[in-house]
Design a protein around this ligand. Sequence first.
Ligand code: ATR
Length: 284
Amino acid sequence: MISGETKVVTLMGDPVEHSVSPAMQNAAFEELGIDYVYVAFKVPQESVKEAIEGIRALGLEGANVTIPHKSAVMKHLDGVDDIARKIGAVNTIKRDDGDLVGLNTDGMGALRALEEEIEEVEEKKVTLLGAGGAARAIAFTLVEAGGELTISNRTESKAKALAEEIEEKTGQEADQIPLKKDELVGAINETDILINSTSVGMHPNEDETLLRADSMHPDLTVMDIVYNPLRTKLLKEAEKAGADTIEGLGMLVHQGAASLEIWTGKRASIETMKKAARKAMEGK
Ligand code: ATR
């Protein structure tokens, strides 16, 4: 029951109508038996500053931030933690006394989803397809966790710039290779973990994949960040090659659980959140 004491967490983005976060977070709050509610707000670009002021004025507990505001919110906050600053994007805001602090759980979501299948990312060879916003969060987090990263992107200059930025900001090496079959196959032969952080394979282009089974091998773990459809063409091809696969829903749910932990200090059931997210997706 919502009462005068209910704590409110918001999602701000544009669009937010199809977000599964409200279903996923409210299911977790309910199961934990805590008096929180999560509500999504569509915030246009020109209202980001006012939205942050609104969070302050209303004394909300925290927020998630999604596309296209993840970078724009940063300058309106009182502080941004180290990894979010490196990534250059905030997806989670928490209240710290009177201050609003920005964090980023997207990379952590990917790391935790991987850790469901792989004991330790440290010293593992990771090939990351893509160099966009999602790739940045994953790249910085996995490098800081000790992964040995190679980035491959359609626009090579972006992969190169990201690899250089990672070296500069973390002091750790990151490689980049062209997104071309010959070069990729060579790299993937040496790779433990392959991650697709591009939008290739996303609904309605469900037949698209950057790689087929003949480019993969059985010792590989393949994760896709695309979660609509749940089993992407890439994951089906990986399965054919005998590789382990991790669905994009894993990252989505783990980033949500990491945000919930930041707001409440509590660990939610991943299964409960996954179930709620799946159900919300079916309803769309
Ligand atoms: P997000 O925030 O979801 O990461 P983004 O920043 O727009 O979105 O990045 C999209 C990523 O998908 C980019 O790496 C993009 O490659 P480019 O940098 O070359 O644009 C990649 N991408 C999208 N469509 C693609 C396609 N058809 N083939 C290969 N890569 C594609």
